[in-house]
Design a protein around this ligand. Sequence first.
Ligand code: EPZ
Length: 419
Amino acid sequence: MEKLIINGGIPLKGSVDINGAKNAAVAILPATVMAMTGKCVIENVPDIEDVHCLQRILKSLGCAVNKINENTLEIDSTDVNNFNACTDDVRRMRASYYFIGALLARFKKARVELPGGCPIGVRPIDQHIKGFEALGAEVTIEHGAVNVKADKLVGTNIFFDVVSVGATMNIMIAATLAEGLTVLENVAKEPHIVDLANFLNTMGADIKGAGTDVIKINGVKELKGCNYSVIPDQIEAGTFMIAAAATKGDVTINNVIPKHLESITAKLKEMGAIVDEGDDSVRVTVDKKLRPVNIKTAPYPGFPTDMQAQFMALTTIAEGTSTVTETVFENRFMHVAELRKMGAHIDIDNRQAIVEGMPRLHGAVVNATDLRAGAALVCAALTAEGRTEVGRLHHIDRGYDDFVGKLQRLGADIVRVDE
Ligand code: EPZ
């Protein structure tokens, strides 16, 4: 087991290049199995554990996967011959469920183990199943796996009961090869939804409206291999914005789409940070005590739930009382107990955390409980007085590419060692 050792108090200075978006890449890579001819070359793929898992799953289905470089993958799905995705990798991550939509679309059958992922709530997949059945598939769940099959998929109107990133993506994937028009309403509008739609259209799909309240998919006969580059990761970018603010540093974050960071930028400015936007960068500087803030997570363009833990870490050293309300997941406050070990004053009232700002946190031995909680603890440790150890790094490895190296190059005193 490895851990991070961080000595806090050093203002981060310099610039950092953001990688491709995890939550776009983990939908685009499964969707490549729908390419009946040609190869997909996907660029700007983050080199993270979730992507490593997906590469192994793609190979288990019969895809030829070549790593052109650390951030570019070539996938040839011409000879896919296995419709069962039932490996430990499938059970380990959440995004493996996109193989259901992709295999159902192309082969009209699939057997995929139920997904894993961060334990931040029950995370049912009822909306995914609702969509598959609406398109004409028969769905059964037995022995921990989802079985889907259909004679054919026929376009239809689907109104989601819950705004769900995963369900929006999975049904958009499945509908690309259905017969006729599918209209999706009450959909998620995150940047990665738009990125997936753009990728599918580059393969030959006919999707309109991604990023708006209504997505229309006209089924096509065939999807082909193509070249595509993944959008920058808004959450990785936001995480480094928080690290810069927490350490009262001066950091330029490159390879971003500032519009995707609007809610994060707005909240940082409310706290007193200076955020200068470039065409594809943001510069965060803080030179005084931070003001408290009230955060309430919501689907895009609202404040992203994936930035909740990181922002909470920042409010622990603001000058006053902040509130953090988590409306998306029912169990996404596991980082509170760990932040308390570092001296944070946080009370929880159901879905709301009340944070009394402190002059400074102190180092402690803490553990990541999920991906973004782990990132939040690193941000807290970078500003805390003294030494912090962060364990259970597999959570962080799932979603951050070279996190330690990037922080070291910004001046952080952080190393990764064997326990
Ligand atoms: C995606 O998870 C992301 N993961 C999560 O990021 C992110 O927090 C979440 O979207 C919200 O933005 C990936 O993209 C791999 P949802 P997903 O379906 O798709 C309920 C990270 O840190 N729901 O939008 O699982 C669900 O329980 C990870 O990068 C149903 O009730 O999220 C939740 O309360 C963590 N039924 C809400 O909807 C369903 O069928 C939103 O979930 C599906 C979801």
